[in-house]
Design a protein around this ligand. Sequence first.
Ligand SMILES: Cc1cc2nc3c(=O)[nH]c(=O)nc-3n(C[C@H](O)[C@H](O)[C@H](O)COP(=O)(O)O)c2cc1C
Length: 213
Amino acid sequence: MTDAFQATDEFAAQFDSLLAWRRDVRRFKTEPLAPGLLEELIDRACLAPSVGNAQPWRFVSVENPDLRHVVAESFEIENAAAAKLYKDEQARLYSELKLAGLKEAPVHLAVFSDTDTLLGRGLGRQTMPETLVYSTVCAIHTLWLAARTRGVGVGWVSILDPKVITRTLNVPANWQFVGYLCLGYPIENHDDPELVRPGWQERIDRSKVLLRR
Ligand SMILES: Cc1cc2nc3c(=O)[nH]c(=O)nc-3n(C[C@H](O)[C@H](O)[C@H](O)COP(=O)(O)O)c2cc1C
């Protein structure tokens, strides 16, 4: 056993700053990630909590330009369909939002959850099988924070057809698509979300999210 982790006040302040500056990034430099950095981030993501210690997260580094093209195409189709759901001022605002950095990001990472994994022997997920996907989301968030500590931005793209992604990447049938991540060095840094700045959606405060019973 190694020494227990003890956060200093300075570390706690830096961690708070990491949370405040994490951001979903859509504007990337095309510069590749430093060698070995993607693997380092995956290793950190694998430290995430998971139901029954099932570690259901599965990552696909999408490197083939033809496959990336299919993903970008799926985004264009689904984004155009989503845009039609809005009217008037909201439609104008939506059309101006940048909702993915698929063309610029040097790294594309598709994240899946193994819905059939034997790891964990079913512990903790009998009544809530969806906890496997929750575990995978924990891994994504862990990667997101680890990336930011290394100056790497992450953008989560969900405006995609999961069937297209699953088919295109030819993954095992029991892998459920969870999210598509763009990674790269950001061209700008912000402490407020991209969707707050143009007035799409403000942040809410604690009074709206905490009930006491
Ligand atoms: C499950 C999930 C799906 C998301 N999908 C998209 C997406 O398709 N496009 C996008 O631009 N941002 C996407 N985001 C990022 C959110 O827009 C962003 O987290 C939110 O606006 C708050 O901004 P922040 O992450 O910078 O704090 C997604 C985030 C999550 C957690």
